[in-house]
Design a protein around this ligand. Structure first.
Ligand SMILES: Nc1ncnc2c1ncn2[C@@H]1O[C@H](COP(=O)(O)OP(=O)(O)OP(=O)(O)O)[C@@H](O)[C@H]1O
Ligand SMILES: O=C(O)C1=C[C@@H](O)[C@@H](O)[C@H](O)C1
Ligand SMILES: [Mg+2]
Length: 172
């Protein structure tokens, strides 16, 4: 198995869980958002502000395809919206790919995102009151795409270590 892909809504824990898994398995971790930032020398916020979301989605697809093209064994953490655009969801079932959806409830996501909005342009301008309803609707819209992953791991009420263990048993 060459690529382990971790996906899910903003704040579900992709980066946190994937980094921990990476150090335990001694498999390099690549964050798609970070790869886009390194390639463009811009932050995700700057890309959205300067060029808009459609441009960002094109770039996101290109960089995702590039990462998959290498034969290196890697854990790849996607952006929150990656599976939902440019037919990226089809890549979740490609050759040599294991894809895992970190499934979190609206309440869990709200708790984790409410004080961490600024670096996430999709929610940066939502008031705390708007945020919960926004997450609920957005998650509903994205549900179909997230469920194209080969495996689902429920993260609600679990510690980071417990979620990492769940993923290790999927990969065993
Ligand atoms: N049990 C847990 N598992 C994972 N993350 C947790 C847990 N408890 C709290 N967190 C926190 O949730 C926050 C969101 O996690 P993280 O940044 O890894 O999510 P993400 O899915 O990578 O988000 P984004 O899509 O915005 O990059 C972090 O501050 C993290 O420390
Ligand atoms: O959920 C989303 O659409 C996004 C999530 C982030 O990881 C970034 O990829 C960007 O902020 C868009
Ligand atoms: Mg992240």
């Amino acid at each position: 198995m060459k690529k382990i892909i971790i996906l899910g809504y903003m704040g579900c824990g992709k980066s946190t869980i994937a980094k921990k898994l990476s150090s335990l398995m001694k498999v390099p971790y690549i964050d798609l958002d970070e790869s886009i930032e390194n390639k463009t020398n811009l932050t995700i916020n700057q890309i959205f502000e300067m060029y808009g979301e459609i441009y960002f989605r094109k770039l996101e697809h290109e960089v995702f395809v590039e990462l998959l093209a290498s034969s290196e064994k890697q854990i790849i953490g996607l952006g929150g919206g990656t599976p939902c655009y440019a037919n990226n969801h089809e890549l979740l079932n490609g050759d040599g790919v294991t894809s895992i959806y970190l499934k979190a409830s609206v309440d869990t996501l709200f708790q984790r995102l409410v004080n961490n909005k600024t670096k996430r342009p999709i929610i940066a301008n939502k008031s705390d009151e708007e945020l919960k309803e926004f997450i609920a609707k957005h998650l509903f819209d994205r549900n179909y795409y997230y469920h194209q992953a080969q495996f689902k791991v429920n993260v609600d009420g679990k510690t980071i270590d417990e979620t990492v263990e769940d993923i290790k048993s999927i990969l065993a």
